[in-house]
Design a protein around this ligand. Structure first.
Ligand code: ADP
Ligand code: MG
Length: 395
């Protein structure tokens, strides 16, 4: 595993730093931030840089403006929240590059913090345009990347800029690389992965990689039905990816050959109506009625999965066990979250929806690492090199 330089390996004394953060926060219709987790996650690096550097410039994207300016995607609300959290004024630019910004930057006083406007208002950002990257690089002496959530994209602010400045990882980035890297390179056994979510197709890369690493692969959620179909079970109207049944079959075969436990649901919560007031029943895997849809793992499955998780020295969880957005179908997901929280081993949760589930039931602080990057964490777990990490200086 290639180690990357972190914040405490560079001399920042009196220098100016430009840091890419992931401030892509959810906003309501009035432009208020509904969840500031991502801003808070960048605070350790920001506070450190404020202490060491003379000047700090922060940058991020927000939403998908695709090279155009949208008033509702401006970073002003982020700047406001940031100054509240830092107890200090944050100067917010109305553009990321341009004359006005140039003037603000050159007029920065020692101790100033500047936030650039949404980078994706310029199409050059996502095109990884060298000119755009160079302009950003000219704002500072050192580049810091703390935006793990966009590290799988080679954009000007995540990859291009690193060619023009000393480039190091922020604390959040370092933590993500350390925890996820450990799962790829030296997981302590027994290592088990619980994979759920709607589809097999979005998780194929990870499943194929994990099968070479884990002692047990635990499957739940919608994707379980493609596996059950591959084993010859009737799954009623449950979600099945017909085109992926063969692949599921191959994975089952591979697990068998390698002596890896592949756990599939033993029972299910089924309904004929995916709504809060839908009638539900508990049925065994061999008795899913033709007219019913599997929406959560059943009590026997929960017990079996919990028993397995208890012994894990390393446990990865990605993807909910059922349609957890509906309270009535969220028990399996909640119980798995609790099992992880209770596990004494190293526990890692990745994926937007599984992370949301962990936060919702309030056990995030009992998980060793809750990843901030959905797509990025999956790509890293697939063993791929992420461009935003690759571009940083080797230790
Ligand atoms: P993550 O974001 O954690 O990686 P995914 O995005 O892969 O997870 O999957 C989350 C989605 O999977 C949720 O919207 C959930 O409703 C859906 N899902 C889980 N179980 C089922 C099921 N049995 N049938 C249909 N959808 C399901
Ligand atoms: Mg998701």
């Amino acid at each position: 595993m290639v180690m990357k330089k972190g914040l405490n390996t560079v001399d920042l004394d009196g220098k100016s730093a430009i840091m890419r953060a992931d401030f892509n926060v959810p906003l309501d219709k009035e432009g208020r931030i509904t969840d500031d987790t991502r801003i808070r996650a960048a605070l350790p690096s920001i506070n450190y840089l404020m202490e060491k550097c003379s000047k700090l410039i922060l940058m991020s994207h927000l939403g998908r403006p695709k090279g155009q300016i949208y008033e509702e995607m401006r970073l002003a609300p982020v700047g406001k929240r940031l100054s509240e959290l830092l107890g200090k004024d944050v100067i917010v630019c109305r553009e990321s590059v341009g004359e006005e910004t140039k003037k603000i930057i050159s007029g920065m006083q020692s101790g100033d913090v500047v936030l650039l406007e949404n980078l994706r208002f310029h199409k050059e950002e996502e095109e990884n345009d060298p000119g755009f990257a160079k302009t950003l690089a000219m704002y500072a002496d050192v580049y810091v990347n703390d935006a793990f959530g966009t590290a799988h994209r080679a954009h000007a602010s995540t990859e291009g800029i690193a060619h023009y400045l000393p480039a190091v990882a922020g604390f959040l980035m370092e933590k993500e690389i350390n925890f996820l890297g450990r799962l790829v390179h030296q997981p302590e056994q027994p290592y088990m992965a619980i994979i759920g979510g709607a589809k097999v197709s979005t998780k194929i890369g990870v499943l194929e990689k994990l099968i070479d690493k884990v002692g047990a692969l635990i499957i739940g959620g919608g994707m379980a039905y493609t596996f059950l179909k591959a084993k010859g079970f009737e799954v009623g109207r449950s979600i099945v990816e017909t085109g992926k049944v063969n692949l599921a079959f191959e994975l089952i075969k591979k697990a068998d050959e390698k002596g890896i436990k592949l756990l599939l649901p033993l029972d299910h919560i089924v309904t004929d109506n995916i709504e809060e007031d839908g009638k539900t029943r508990i049925v065994d895997t061999n008795a899913i009625p033709e007219s019913m849809i599997g929406v959560d793992i059943g009590p026997k499955t929960i017990r079996a999965y919990k028993k397995e998780i208890k012994h894990g020295k390393t446990v990865l969880w990605n993807g909910p066990m059922g349609i957890f957005e509906i309270e009535k179908f969220s028990k399996g997901t909640n119980q798995i979250a609790r099992a992880l929280a209770a596990c004494a081993g190293i526990t890692v949760v990745g994926g937007g929806d599984s992370v949301a589930a962990v936060n919702k039931i309030g056990v995030a602080d009992k998980i060793s690492h809750v990843s901030t990057g959905g797509g990025a964490s999956l790509e890293l777990l697939e063993g791929r090199e992420l461009p935003g990490i690759k571009a940083l200086q080797d230790l």
